[in-house]
Design a binder for this molecule. Structure first.
Ligand SMILES: Nc1ncnc2c1ncn2[C@@H]1O[C@H](COP(=O)(O)OP(=O)(O)OP(=O)(O)O)[C@@H](O)[C@H]1O
Ligand SMILES: [Mg+2]
Length: 457
């Protein structure tokens, strides 16, 4: 119990009972707030957040029926549905305990109580309450995220049909899924889509960017830690796996996990079992894993940088997202969706693409895939003079056909072209050009130098 910072509410009309409970909880390092009647208990819960409530069912007005206590229980649950409530009943009044549980009590204690049992009941209820609250928060966050990216998945092209049908088939199962594809092909969107169409849709989708976790905190982040496990561990903390319990864990950029950390993941991925850092107690979670990467994991395995056994656990089903240049029929519908989104955001009504602009988009190689297209469309909305977006609005390296042999050349060329045409349009003004390209002045200068572009400011 010692890790809980929130106090426990204790309600009983007998002073000696309150005093005994207070001493017991104090010895467990658990703060508490004691009240002597139902009205005070309800007022306290309406005002403050408690880790749990321990309430007697019998109060002075009527010392045996438990009616007052049950009323209080109902009122507490109405005031804070997530508050774990433990009911205390007189010895032998099991029917009251049953009634209390039916009304939402998490557990009950018979008086006179056994200290060890009381402490363990409270400890469990506190943990459950904390987990419920956390889950509620995550669910709310997820709802926000979902609303935020109310992403319609656009995939009408022929090469996306096998992808769509695979998503349909695999989403409702609990199979682990590995999503592969170049940068910006929509791996994140597909991960959300799978979760949304799964049986776990109402539970959390927890995302972890595996490239963003320092080696030193890897285990604590993923598995949680107990208080005192290391200097900064002031309290117990649950890890990402526990946060995703019952839901989905999205391991993004999976190829970026350092080799030693991969071994640590293997066990939990195999049987859901793990220990929090600093604890020897084995915990178990029920988590569906979705992983994504733009790396060639087969090559990583061959090079000894990625564990084969881990790969085989993650890739029960593999979804390959084709690059945008291999689904040309989707380019214009996607562009139009992004156009509508940006037009709405920037309040530019009636924006549309000229036929030549559509052709230009279809002819471009899109090394940055769907994300690049989204950015290009946003920029076009911002810079177009009228409602029609013409070809010249894109600053695309025209004439870089889809089949350019080297992606490297394409990217460099694309960049040079964008910079030149942006400079043109800003009449050489460096500040404006940098803003238009979303670069800092310094970053723009570095590129001008790299490409040997002369700008007259
Ligand atoms: N099929 C699609 N329909 C609609 N929007 C899409 C589609 N695919 C991708 N997008 C949009 O394109 C952008 C990039 O997608 P996302 O972030 O999922 O790509 P990614 O493959 O995860 O990229 P990275 O490898 O860089 O992490 C997002 O804004 C996403 O909403
Ligand atoms: Mg991504």
């Amino acid at each position: 119990m010692s890790d809980a910072k929130l106090p426990i509410l204790i309600a009983d009309d007998q002073r000696d009972v309150l005093e005994a409970l207070r001493l017991l909880l104090k010895s467990e390092n658990q703060p508490c707030h004691a009240v002597g009647d139902p009205a005070a208990a309800l007022a306290a819960v309406k005002k403050n957040l408690f880790a749990a409530a321990l309430i007697d069912l019998n109060y002075t007005r009527d010392t045996t029926s438990g009616a007052e206590g049950l009323e209080l229980l109902k009122a507490l649950k109405r005031a804070d549905p997530d508050l774990p409530v433990v009911a205390m009943t007189a010895w032998g009044s099991i029917h009251l305990a049953v009634e209390a549980m039916r009304l939402g009590a998490g557990d009950f204690i018979e008086k006179p109580w056994d200290n060890t049992r009381l402490v363990s009941v409270l400890r469990n209820q506190i943990a459950l309450g904390a987990a419920t609250r956390r889950e509620q928060r995550l669910r709310a966050e997820n709802r926000l995220l979902r609303e935020d990216d109310n992403d319609e998945f656009i995939a009408g092209s022929r090469s996306m049909q096998p992808v769509l049908s695979l998503i349909d088939r695999v989403a409702p199962t609990d199979a682990n899924v590995l999503i592969l594809g170049e940068n910006g092909t929509g791996k994140g969107v597909v991960a959300r889509l799978i979760h949304k169409r799964s049986q776990r849709a109402e539970r959390a989708l927890v995302k972890v960017n595996m490239g963003g976790i320092a080696d030193s905190v890897f285990e604590a982040e993923m598995f949680g830690h107990v208080r005192g496990a290391f200097t900064d561990a002031k309290t117990d903390r649950i890890g990402r796996f526990e946060a995703a319990d019952g839901g989905t864990l999205f391991l993004d950029e999976i190829a970026n996990i350092a080799f030693p950390q991969q071994g640590k993941l293997l066990r939990i991925v195999e049987d859901g079992e793990f220990e929090r850092v600093g604890s020897s107690r084995t915990l178990k979670v029920d988590v569906r894993l979705i992983a994504a990467t733009n790396a060639d994991l087969g090559a990583e395995v061959a090079a000894g940088r990625f564990r084969k056994d881990l790969l085989f656990r993650l890739n029960t089903v593999e979804i390959h997202l084709p690059p945008l240049r291999e689904r040309r029929e989707d380019i214009v519908p996607l562009a139009q969706a992004f156009l509508a989104r940006s037009a709405l955001r920037y309040q530019r009504i009636g924006m549309h693409l000229s036929p030549s602009a559509q052709r230009a988009l279809e002819d471009y190689a899109w090394p940055g895939n769907v994300r690049e297209l989204a950015h290009v469309m946003e920029r076009a909305v911002l810079t177009a003079a009228g409602a029609q977006i013409a070809q010249l609005e894109f600053s695309l390296p025209l004439g870089s056909p889809a089949s350019t042999p080297s992606a490297h050349t394409t990217l460099d060329e694309a960049e040079q072209d964008m910079i030149r045409s942006a400079l043109d349009r800003c009449s050489g003004n460096i500040q404006k050009t940098a803003e238009m390209l979303g670069l800092s002045r310094a970053a723009l200068y570095r590129r001008l130098e790299k490409f040997g572009i002369r700008a007259v400011d």
